[in-house]
Design a protein around this ligand. Sequence first.
Ligand SMILES: [Zn+2]
Length: 209
Amino acid sequence: MTGGTTGDVTRRYVALARVLGMKSIAVARQVHGTRIVEVGPSSEPGVRVAGEADGLVTVAPDILLVVTTADCVPVYVARRGGDGIATLHAGWRGAAAGILERAIERFGTSYGVGAGDLLVHLGPSICGACYEVGAAVLGAFGYDGGDRGALDLRAELADRATRAGVRAASVSRSDWCTRCGPVRLHSHRGQGGRAGRMASFIGRVGDSG
Ligand SMILES: [Zn+2]
């Protein structure tokens, strides 16, 4: 989605939820942190803003969890065959600070779901070849030496997921790059910081429909 007033964005979110058969939609004010907010059930339709956070998790049906990105990685987590879902906004800061590990842990503490029962998908983001970063960012991922280098955020996140106990076969990733891929996507780097944002969402339609 590309800008617009808050009212425009809200209307588009509500329309999206309706098309997908969802009652409400949850978003957060993303701050490149690791805070994950649990979204409870609600009978109120419309958009719920979960405050400052970069992750949303729920077991409630009919709620669409949304993160917005343009080069950062939209991460989807779901319990295999069950009712827990989460979505995360993972740029280098959040990834290095462990937002994915925190989400995996949260499934255990809040819902009693082990990492081995989780599916993780890493959505369209900037690819390793397009993402040249400086020493500080490389250092945050444990690489030293060299002033600049390429960082594959999705590879880092996939590695972190498996180290946290998610089965390698349960981790999937999009090949699409927001900057160099064949499909035109919003890219913060590719569009000089003037990019719009892509909304990535996950939800579960309740049994009662
Ligand atoms: Zn690329």
